[in-house]
Structure formats: C-alpha cells, structure tokens
Design a protein around this ligand. Structure first.
Ligand code: URA
Length: 255
C-alpha cells in the first residue's frame, strides 16, 4: 500500500518515535502478535507456552511482624528482629534503623512518630531540632534521657521526604512497638502527636486527646503535642506545659 503521508509528515513522525526511545526500524508495518498467537495450531501453542510462573506465596506483613516481635525476649533481640524484617519498604530508603535512645527500664517511655533526616543519619530518635526542644521540655520537669526517660518512634525507618507514614506501614510496625513497650516496662507512655496516638490508641485528634490520660497495652498513656508542632506553633506551648505538669504530678503521686 502506498503511503498517504508526505515526506515531511513521515519524517516528523519518525523523529517523534526516536524521541520516544525507538532505536531500530524492524518492519514496514507493525505486527499484531496477539493475532499471530491465535493463528497457531492449538497443540503447538500448548507445546511452546512457557510454564506458568509460580506465584509467590502471599505473606501477611502484620502477622509476620507479630511472630517476629513475639520471638524477641529482650530489647537487643527485638532490635535484631526488626533488622531482619523485610516487609516495610521504608527500610530500603533509610540509612539506619532508629531503635531507641535513653534509659531502658525508665519510668517514662516517649513514643514519637518517625525518624527525620538527623535521626536517620545518627541512628537515634529525636536528635534534630524537635529532639532538642524535647530535651528542654523534659528538663523543665526534671527528666532527662540520660537518666530517667526512654525514647522510641512508631516507625524505625525514615519515610522519604518525611512524609506521613501510611496506614499499612503503621499496622506492620505496631506489633514491634507493642513488644518494645512490654520489654522496656515503663510506668507511663507519652504519645507525641497524632501518629503515635493512631498506633497506640487507634485514634487521632491530638487537640482533643492531649493532656487526657488513657490506658493502652496495660499502661497509663498521655498524648501530647509533638515537639515539631510546637516549633511551628509557639502558642501551643502553654498547653504542652500543662501536659508536662500533669505528667510530673502523676510520676510524683506514684513515687
Ligand atoms: N520526630 C519524631 O517523631 N521522631 C524523631 O525521632 C524525630 C522527629
């Protein structure tokens, strides 16, 4: 069949294909390989067909996480278990696993959201600007990660561009977090911000939840504004101060 395209249109079309990545001219006209397949005799088709690929067994990452976390009988083995967990893609983009900082066995355990850039680089939670504010907040009620506070995050790996964790990521890391709390044995949990409220209490709404004691995983729990939020919203520091005093009072009353 004679081409109805003039020379310049044909040339422009060819250049467009080259731009799209075509590197080789194979035929004058395209071949519909689906039609070719249908024209073959049935027996030949069967004989040539490659074996059906074996479907990988689908795994439930939450069940896997629960099994691994349960097998850990101390904090170092929980950390090792997390290091072997391959179902969270965040791990592949992170430089370091961020497990914890502070004093294991302390009365206060703080649960943050996820490592940021500084935490990812150093492999420790709350070491950036939000962490420095957290240290000041703790010092104001006579607490310190060097003496009487233990710190971790819901996610041990940094999400790309510090994006919010996905519900599926939170779900598969909660079994490790729950085990972390059981092994660290704090008297109280402090939940910093919405993501840790979601993970531990199963709900968000930090403005409503903050400062109110709840119960989770057999422990008294107090949600507070995240220090990163306080850096952006200085007017919320007044409420954060009230929540810190509430925490101090609880610790004093349980002495
Ligand atoms: N924000 C968090 O929630 N955790 C960190 O470790 C650092 C910043």
């Amino acid at each position: 069949m004679e081409s109805e395209l003039d020379y310049w249109s044909a040339k422009a079309l060819l250049e467009w294909q080259v731009e799209l990545g075509a590197t080789e001219a194979m035929m004058d006209a395209p071949i519909n390989r689906y039609e070719l397949q249908d024209q073959k005799p049935k027996a030949a088709r069967g004989a040539e067909a490659p074996p059906a690929p074996v479907k990988p067994k689908s795994v439930d990452p939450v069940a896997e996480a629960a099994k691994l976390a349960k097998s850990a009988d101390a904090l170092p083995s929980l950390r090792a278990a997390l290091e072997t967990f391959e179902h969270c893609d965040l791990k592949r983009g992170a430089r370091n696993l961020v497990f914890s900082d502070g004093q294991a066995g302390a009365r206060v355990m703080i649960i943050g959201e996820a490592p940021g850039r500084d935490e990812d680089l150093q492999g420790k939670p709350f070491v950036g600007r939000a962490g420095q504010l957290l240290d000041k907040m703790l010092a104001a009620i006579d607490l310190s990660r060097n003496e009487n506070v233990y710190i971790t995050n819901v996610l041990p790996w940094r999400p790309p561009q510090n994006r919010d964790p996905l519900p599926a990521e939170i779900a598969m890391l909660v079994p490790f977090l729950e085990r972390h709390v059981a092994l660290a044995q704090p008297d109280v949990l402090v939940l910093m911000g919405n993501i840790s409220c979601q993970a531990v209490l199963g709900k968000r709404g930090i403005t409503r939840l903050r400062g109110n004691w709840a119960q989770a995983w057999g422990k008294p729990v107090i949600p507070m504004f995240h220090p990163a939020y306080l850096l952006r919203q200085a007017s919320a520091k007044r409420q954060a101060w009230a929540d810190l005093l509430e925490l101090r009072a609880r610790l004093n009353s349980q002495n």
